[in-house]
Design a protein around this ligand. Structure first.
Ligand SMILES: Cc1ncc(COP(=O)(O)O)c(C=O)c1O
Length: 388
């Protein structure tokens, strides 16, 4: 038989999504893969019911339904503080996941280098390898997750084609400050590097931290692609609607990859999601307040139990220290599988996110109903005894 893909040997299936399958298999509460167990806004589900009767049900315009793109450009332009052209500067994709892959294909050639911070979202390494590029990792050093400007500049000096930044960051919860983004912007201009932003958590930021859009910084629109999605902001991770926003000369290339990769996002779901994009500012305020509440419930519970964790500035994850709970010689993957089965709470091994060796960290998310969080905390309370 002929040889199969050589590229595929450099990455495995996603550990995050594998943990979901394990959680389902053993009935564990899934604090591994980040998705809510509460409903999306009722306005969206009501509109979806209407749309199911009246359509559209056929192929959309490849780049995204025109009314969806108009609403998206309005909403994003409002938050980014610039006018966005729905015809030339937007493409609607199958989640931010597709937007990232299309962007990587559009901006790079095999052999190019891509800078990313470590810890990084699991997808980035696989997606970078998928397009034949080589990641250069720059550490975000716990517990503050700051980076060393000299180490970062060394990475730029290696001739990177692009830097990929998750802001707010999964899994660290870091929200990049304006000064940090300005420094990165300066280096990107100096070394002629594109900037690919993953901003899916743009509306989940805890005061006093604030989300600053890279493409809104002076001189950055021309070299920045902002990838994001409706998954987190409207609690519809299963609808698989994402997008990229970029200047026309980059967008023209991104659209080419999108066109042949997926043809387009689901027509009825785009139609129903327009009502989300048209929500007033108060929606985002209430949404942020809800996440602040869930964070408070979960982190207070961890404090009470005595599990140490990193306090996120944004997104909905904590990195918890499990060194006191692991068996001698056990790795974090085996620990997470045992924890799901024995304690009844699924989380993700830290090794899925770090380039560096971090033997005793797990990621847990708290995008859950209060009752789910209390039940998870209840199960975690006697974790030591259960794992003994
Ligand atoms: C940082 C980050 N980017 C992208 C995604 C995937 O987003 P989407 O559902 O829009 O594909 C996730 C999902 O967990 C994520 O955490």
């Amino acid at each position: 038989m002929q040889e199969l893909s050589a590229t595929a040997q450099y990455f495995t299936d996603s550990v995050i999504r594998r943990m979901t399958r394990i959680a389902i298999g053993c009935g564990a509460i899934n604090l591994a893969q980040g998705f809510p167990d509460f409903d999306p806004p009722k306005a969206l589900t009501d509109r979806l019911s209407e749309v199911s009767a009246i359509g559209p049900h056929q192929y959309p315009i490849t780049m995204g339904a025109p009314n969806f793109r108009r609403a998206l450009a309005q909403k994003c332009g409002r938050f980014m503080g610039r006018s966005i052209d729905p015809e030339n500067e937007v493409v609607v994709t199958i989640g931010s996941t597709e937007a990232m892959v299309d962007t990587l294909f559009a901006l790079t050639n095999p052999g190019d280098k891509i800078i990313m911070f470590s810890p990084y979202f699991e997808n980035y390494r696989a997606q970078t390898l998928l397009v034949g590029c080589e990641p250069i990792f720059v550490p975000l050093v716990p517990p503050t997750f700051r980076f060393d400007a000299n180490v970062l500049e060394d990475a730029f000096k290696q001739g990177a084609k692009a830097i990929l930044i998750c802001n707010p960051s999964n899994p660290s919860g870091k929200v990049f400050t304006r000064a940090e983004l300005e420094l990165i912007a300066k280096l990107a201009v100096q070394y002629d590097t594109y900037v690919i932003m993953d901003e899916v958590y743009e509306h989940i930021v805890y005061a006093p931290h604030e989300h600053v859009y890279m493409n809104a910084l002076p001189g950055m629109w021309e070299r920045t692609v902002s990838c994001s999605s409706l998954s987190k902001t409207y609690s519809i991770t299963g609808w698989r609607i994402g997008y990229a926003i970029a200047p026309k000369y980059l967008m023209d290339k991104i659209k080419q990859y999108h066109d042949f990769n997926t043809v387009g996002a689901a027509s009825p779901l785009m139609e129903a999601a327009v009502v989300g994009l048209e929500m007033p500012d108060s929606y985002y305020e209430e949404f942020g307040a809800h996440y602040a509440h869930m964070k408070q419930v979960f982190t207070k519970g961890l404090d009470d139990i005595g599990i140490a964790y990193t306090d996120p500035q944004g997104a909905y994850f904590v990195l918890a220290d499990i060194r006191n709970f692991m068996k001698k010689g056990q790795d974090d993957v085996a620990f997470c599988e045992e924890m799901a089965k024995t304690v009844g709470v699924a989380c993700v091994p830290g090794s899925s996110f770090f380039k560096e060796d971090v033997p005793s960290i797990v990621r847990m998310h708290f995008a859950k109903k209060d009752d789910t969080l209390y039940e998870a905390l209840n199960r975690l309370a006697d974790m030591k005894a259960k794992l003994a």
